[in-house]
Structure formats: structure tokens, C-alpha cells
Design a protein. Structure first.
Length: 131
């Protein structure tokens, strides 16, 4: 569900741009949603660890979020460079990484963890908050 939410949110955001096309909005949404899935899959492949965001310690969150933000920033910058939209790859990579990292922290600490705790407190079966 996290990947679907990222796809939908990214698609809607990209669609609002004045120079947006349906193809560009779809590509950006795919890059946004799959980059976080890619980060989680890399961690799973290397360590065998199944990422469950609500159980992570702050340092683990930072490591996973950094990996996911790196995947996102690199994939987006490659796409933008390929489309001729940017010319200074590294000048765009760092701000994008910082924005993606901040977004990951917002999603994990301010949304996913509190919602998970709230559902558990209400006695509901909380869905696993993964990738």
C-alpha cells in the first residue's frame, strides 16, 4: 500500500505542473514509488532483514531512509538528465536527496508510526507499514 500511495501522490503532484504531460506524470510517479521499494528490496537482499517501519530504531530509520532517498534522487536525476531537463547532475542530486530524506522522515515518524500506534490502541489489527 505504501508504494501505491507514493505512486498516487506523485502522479497527482506531477500532474499539477503547468508543463506536465500524462506520460511524464506517470514516469515520475513510477520513479517515486519504485525507488523506495528498491531501497527496501536492497536492504532485504543484503541483510535478509524485512523492513517494518514501525519497529525501527531512529538510526535504522536514518539508514533505510538514506538508502531509499539515494535511490529516488539518482533515478529522478538520471531521468531528468535523459530528458534534457537538467544539465548539472550533482547540483540537482543533493537537493533532491535532502528533500526525499526529509519526506521519508515525515512519512515514517509523523504519519506511519502514529497511525500504527493509534490502530493498535483502538484494538484494530494494524496493517504492516512496509516499503
Amino acid at each position: 500500500s505504501g508504494v501505491a500511495g507514493l505512486f498516487l501522490g506523485s502522479f497527482l503532484t506531477a500532474s499539477m505542473s503547468p508543463d506536465s504531460t500524462p506520460e511524464r506524470a506517470t514516469m515520475l510517479a513510477l520513479l517515486s514509488s519504485t525507488s523506495y521499494l528498491l531501497g527496501v528490496l536492497v536492504v532485504r537482499r543484503i541483510s535478509g532483514y524485512v523492513v517494518e517501519w514501525h519497529d525501527l530504531e531512529p538510526l535504522q530509520v536514518y539508514v533505510f531512509a538514506s538508502l531509499c532517498a539515494t535511490c529516488s534522487a539518482v533515478l529522478h536525476c538520471v531521468y531528468f538528465a535523459h530528458m534534457g531537463m537538467i544539465h548539472a547532475f550533482l547540483d540537482n542530486l543533493i537537493p533532491m536527496f535532502i528533500g526525499d530524506l526529509a519526506g521519508a522522515f515525515v512519512l515514517i515518524f509523523w504519519i506511519a508510526k502514529p497511525v500504527h500506534r493509534l490502530l493498535n490502541a483502538m484494538g484494530a489489527t494494524a496493517p504492516e507499514v512496509t516499503g
